[in-house]
Design a protein. Structure first.
Length: 125
């Protein structure tokens, strides 16, 4: 017996000019917010005393910039970079699912996320 799943490809609804304008305004507002400079301390939680180097560009109008951070040092960076360090540098902690007989299953379960790096603000955001 075979199983065939049918599906149809939907067509995208065209956005109105007002919707496009509002979306662009929200994007510009977010870009302005992310470009504000914040001051904070970089923490390397994975390898204390170590450093982190990465290139970053969130918006297509922005150029790629390379950032290097040393553990325990104070930096002034755009808010978007600080958010990137705090939210996108976590790795999942995995565990094997167990079958009823106690043997491991073929898939894993994400138990939690482990933060690798932190940018701790030294000023009110």
């Amino acid at each position: 017996m075979s199983f065939v799943k049918e599906f149809t490809v939907g067509t995208k609804r065209k956005r109105t000019k007002e919707e496009l304008k509002k979306a662009e305004e929200l994007r510009e507002k977010a870009r302005d917010e992310d470009s504000k400079i914040v001051k904070g301390i970089f923490k390397n939680l994975e390898a204390p005393g170590g450093s982190l180097t990465f290139s970053f560009r969130k918006y297509k109008e922005d150029p790629y910039r390379s950032y290097t951070f040393q553990d325990g040092e104070t930096y002034r960076v755009p808010l978007g970079v600080a958010k990137h360090i705090n939210s996108l540098t976590a790795v999942p902690e995995r565990d094997y699912a167990k079958l009823p007989d106690g043997s491991p299953a073929l898939y894993t379960i994400i138990k939690s996320k482990r933060q690798r790096y932190q940018f701790l603000s030294t000023e009110y955001m």
